[in-house]
Design a protein around this ligand. Structure first.
Ligand code: SF4
Length: 267
């Protein structure tokens, strides 16, 4: 893993994501290295030869920049993070996300977090200071073998469920991010997924489809060839077909209703 300390010019960036005003990405790159990650497009702005998942740039001056930017910017919803995982393993060493949270808490900007890591529970003390905060953990399968293929260096599902439960017990709003929906794999465990989400008392489930872009198909294909070769062709057919996701929608809405959980779709 290549680790580099860099200075950033901005940290509170305007976001184009619907409903979100700003995105804060403390790191550039992500150690979790998910095969389906479309944040790979960031590679365009970096020196050639870097592989997504094998490097992290630590924006070491981000706290200083955030303090400056907050003086000038209007209050708005902050997403932490949009193209990296704010709680990837390097966060244990640098505590950059924690420092940024401390600064955001002083201005009490509304906050939505998305991570795959149970390290989030370390920061419950700061998160409790926000008057409007929602914490999400990504869970797209309950099968650890599938998780290991698609999200090779992210924490196990069990830890994520435990984290969701702990955040909820601490009195904060939680959501499970069921995205991206992986053809076959997410589909076959939809019912079990909702059962688990109910068990850990999430306030809502957010669902997204698989976006094949930024060169991620090459990695997904390789993962399938090596681990689930018999599913490759069908997976390809569904993954590129909008209809497949639309077909899953009513089933997900029904399940959410049965389990009395609010569901929101990103597609
Ligand atoms: S955790 Fe998120 S940002 Fe990191 S590699 Fe996976 S999908 Fe990409």
């Amino acid at each position: 893993m290549k680790i580099k300390l860099v200075d950033c010019k901005t940290i509170l960036s305007r976001s184009r994501i619907y409903g979100v005003d700003y995105a804060v990405n403390p790191y550039l790159g992500c150690m979790h290295g998910c095969l389906y990650c479309y944040a790979r497009f960031m590679l365009k702005h970096l020196p050639q030869g870097l592989e997504w998942g094998e490097f992290v740039y630590v924006k070491i001056n981000a706290p200083l920049i955030l303090v400056r930017e907050l003086r000038k910017k209007k209050k708005g919803l902050v997403l932490l993070s949009s193209v990296t995982d704010p709680y990837q393993p390097i966060e244990k060493r640098y505590e950059l996300t924690r420092k940024l949270l401390e600064i955001l808490a002083r201005r009490d900007f509304p906050l939505i977090i998305l991570t795959k890591s149970d390290l989030i529970v370390r920061d419950l003390d700061i998160l409790k200071k926000f008057s409007d905060v929602e914490v999400g953990l990504t869970i797209v399968t309950l099968d650890e073998n599938v998780r290991e293929v698609f999200e090779p260096r992210a924490p196990p599902i069990k830890k994520r469920l435990e984290a969701l439960s702990e955040v909820k017990q601490a009195g904060l709003k939680t959501y499970a991010f069921l995205g991206p929906l992986l053809p076959f794999f997410s589909e076959e465990s939809l019912e079990d997924l909702f059962e688990k989400f109910k068990e850990v008392e999430v306030d809502r489930v957010m669902v997204d489809k698989l976006n094949i872009k930024s060169g991620n198909w090459r990695y997904i294909k390789k993962g399938l060839e090596e681990n689930y070769p018999s599913l490759l062709e069908k997976f390809r057919e569904y993954a590129f077909n909008e209809e497949y996701y639309l077909m899953l929608k009513p089933r997900i809405i029904r399940l959410a209703k049965n389990y009395s959980i609010t569901v929101d779709f990103c597609f």
